[in-house]
Design a protein around this ligand. Sequence first.
Ligand SMILES: Nc1ncnc2c1ncn2[C@@H]1O[C@H](COP(=O)(O)OP(=O)(O)O)[C@@H](O)[C@H]1O
Ligand SMILES: [Mg+2]
Length: 366
Amino acid sequence: MTQHVLLKGRDKMDTPATTAVLDALLDPVLLLDSNKSIVAANPSARDLLGNQIKGRSLALAIRDPEVLDAVNEVLGGGDQQQIGISLMGPFRRNFDIQVASLAKTAESSAGAILIMHDMTATRNAEQMRADFVANVSHELRSPLSSLVGFIETLRGAARDDEAARDRFLDIMDSESKRMARLIDDLLSLSKVEANEHILPEGKVNIGELIADVSNTLFARAAERQIKIDLSTTSSPLFVPGDRDELTEVFHNLIDNAVKYCPDQTLVRIGIEEVARIPQIGGAGIVISVADEGDGIPAEHLPRLTERFYRVDKGRSRKMGGTGLGLAIVKHIVNRHRGRLSVDSTIGAGTVFRVYLPNEKTDAINP
Ligand SMILES: Nc1ncnc2c1ncn2[C@@H]1O[C@H](COP(=O)(O)OP(=O)(O)O)[C@@H](O)[C@H]1O
Ligand SMILES: [Mg+2]
């Protein structure tokens, strides 16, 4: 069935009334005459396709044969068309385009209307979800294949070889623990994501919490002669927050500092009050975790909190990492309406800072 969109004008399509309607629409919209020339374009369309597109041929404004085919179909009396296209610019954008015919009226000749709906964010989210599933499957598959392989070896070739058996069982032990850690991290991540819009309950003595977390990591650090130094204010500082989640945040950050820095170095943890949290405002406290590691190249910094993103995959694996720690940290800090920052200097070390507001606020930070 042919759908007609009626837009009344005096003698042309781009009358003041039509222009007012088009300008109010956030999606890019073009009106075309029967020769496929652009008769009117709203501001969104001009932003996207260029300021001078009025009067131009559609073929020059959108160089996509599918769009022309759809417009030809509609102008030839066919049904309303819906197509998806990608436009390349500084970055790729995906649009769903709807083309409908405009009936000839007493005041204007027949033509077509082309409405563009930006689907980039939706497509990116779909892609991220698909990548995540692929990543999880891959991350679970490799320890699983290793377990399956060793079970086979233990049943066969290594059956009566006691030394090999012990070695293989050790590997199986660490591979199964890796799977367990991955599943724990995935569950943590999905829990914080689901709760991110709900403010955490409770009040936490942050100095005490960080001292507890450091204690659990002292022994591991000492094995490599790494010292953990904690300096805090003389009087206790309290912040609104969820004790278990904040424990997870600082466990991840201090664990990373210890994991990724060389032997015989120092991990410094500082707790201070701040009058204004950068970018989000309001008073709060800042906890810094600084290491003397090799530092992280600048191009990686913005991506560290992506799930499964690692600067050095092999190293992270060897250290038993899941690649989810900082993603969990980011979501928990967001839930607390706080802020996470990272500064790194090659050859000198990395500082992660967590800012937590003193008061409960509702504003979610980007
Ligand atoms: N303190 C640090 N020094 C150097 N690199 C770090 C540090 N913290 C995190 N990274 C890098 O960020 C990546 C992501 O960290 P994270 O999400 O905790 O995953 P992982 O399980 O690998 O530790 C790590 O693999 C590592 O490459
Ligand atoms: Mg980690």
